[in-house]
Design a protein around this ligand. Structure first.
Ligand SMILES: [Zn+2]
Ligand SMILES: [Zn+2]
Length: 434
């Protein structure tokens, strides 16, 4: 490899200098492709043997982003290639030989049709990432692949009002309609009972509007009486009845709190009206301070748990200030963090800053299932994987000790304007229905 000495700069004319720099870029690009190709190959092996799971990472993508110091999007490209590694042997081999880049192979692995390895390996030798994208979009997609609209629920709040958008299949929509209609009718009946004289007039108006539109509003009605019930009222009635039903179904009207019974002598715990908990689940639930604990001895409730287990708002804020992210190295989760007692609460661990760390629900569960261990004190935390190896923050990158891959320089895609009319899109082979 020829490193260009900075002393050349002064004596060279700009064109020559450009040539020198580009030659070095070509060499480095080839090497980088080859290195990326080998990285993908290694990650594919880690994936097939599920070795990455031993590190406590939440997913292969998270592992790659963490260990290689990559952006999530780049890590996603790597895992997309790994997911279809066996399907694109030629593209992957070309990358290892420095002839295709990670992004080129990535765009193919993300969206190209089945058995298209040869086709796209050839095209990628001249096409840019954008051109590959266009080519893949030209693939005829079988009818069945058209994405069905998915069931969805979204919410948008503006100016003090919230708009919900719910998408459900027609059959479920029929249920919504029927339920809305019955609540609407119930509301109308109540209304008629309360306002016998105006009910007839309003009902006639409603019929003329065809579909009951949301025209009634408190502002429309200056008479001070309750406006004629519309579909929004019917919807809210539906929600309130359902909510009431759900709250009465729960013991003691608890809306959100989980209740855990804990036998003070045997250290056995079970959910209220539910099954016994494993040791791991018990410790996990008792650590997560949002649940309510009922201490029992020989079937009698003797107290509501040690008060100190509960983290007050000030302590929680102090924790969040100290640990803005999950304490497990490389995780970086910032939302929904749990306060974990480093020395478990039931072993006498105190609920104070030194004995608490914030961890994400995933790592919290992993810890209580024994897959990672969290020890030390909050400021000198030691997190190890299942084999007792310490998890280190940051990437695995270090100065190389081996020579770079011996591959020829890479000039990259031609980058010429593509004339798509002569391009034959890849056609998947006909499906054999035998
Ligand atoms: Zn915990
Ligand atoms: Zn985490």
């Amino acid at each position: 490899m020829s490193m260009t000495a900075p002393s050349d700069v002064g004596v060279m004319n700009p064109n020559d200098r450009l040539d020198v720099l580009c030659a070095e870029l070509e060499e480095l690009s080839g090497q980088r492709n080859a290195i990326d190709g080998r990285i993908v190959q290694i990650v594919a092996e880690l994936n097939s043997a599920e070795l990455w799971g031993l590190t406590g990472a939440r997913s292969l993508k998270a592992f790659v982003a963490w260990k290689l110091g990559m952006a999530e999007s780049t890590a996603q490209t790597v895992t997309a290639i790994v997911d279809r590694f066996e399907e694109f042997p030629r593209c992957n081999a070309d990358m290892r030989e420095g002839r295709l880049s990670l992004d080129q192979v990535g765009v193919i692995a993300k969206r190209a049709g089945a058995e298209s390895d040869e086709h796209y390996a050839q095209l990628a030798s001249v096409a840019t990432v954008n051109q590959l994208n266009t080519a893949i979009k030209l693939e005829p997609r079988p009818e069945a692949e058209k994405p069905e609209p998915k069931r969805s629920f979204s919410k948008h709040t503006r100016d003090g009002f919230t708009t919900y958008r719910i998408t459900v299949p027609t059959i479920e929509a029929a249920k919504v309609d029927a339920s809305l209609k019955s609540h609407h009718e119930a509301l109308i009946n109540e209304y008629k009972r309360d306002n016998p004289e105006s009910a007839a007039r309003d009902a006639g108006q409603e019929a003329r509007d065809g579909q009951a539109k949301e025209t009634h509003d408190a502002q429309d009605d200056t008479s001070g009486r309750r406006p004629f019930p519309n579909l929004t009222d019917a919807f809210m009635r539906m929600v309130e009845t359902a909510w009431d039903a759900e709250a009465t179904r729960r013991p003691h009207g608890q809306h959100t709190t989980v209740i855990v019974h804990l036998d003070a002598d045997k250290l056995a715990a079970w959910l209220h009206g539910g099954p016994y908990l494993s040791d791991a689940d018990r410790q996990y639930l008792l650590c997560d301070t949002s649940c309510e604990v009922w201490l029992e001895r020989r079937g009698q409730v003797i107290g509501a748990g040690r008060n100190t287990r509960v983290i007050n708002r000030r302590l929680r804020r102090a924790l969040e200030y100290r640990d803005p992210v999950c304490a497990v190295p490389g995780c970086g989760a910032t939302r929904g963090l749990h306060a974990h007692h480093i020395r478990h609460w039931e072993d006498g661990g105190l609920t104070e800053l030194d004995n608490l760390v914030l961890v994400c629900p995933h790592h919290h569960r992993l810890h209580h299932r024994g897959l990672i261990s969290i020890s030390g004190t909050a400021d000198k935390l030691i997190v190890t994987d299942a084999a007792g190896r310490r998890l280190q923050p940051g990437s695995l990158a270090r100065p190389p000790t081996r020579p770079p891959p011996a591959v020829p320089p890479w000039q990259g895609p031609l980058g010429e304007r593509a004339d798509w009319w002569w391009y034959d899109p890849y056609e998947p082979p006909p499906v054999n229905n035998n």
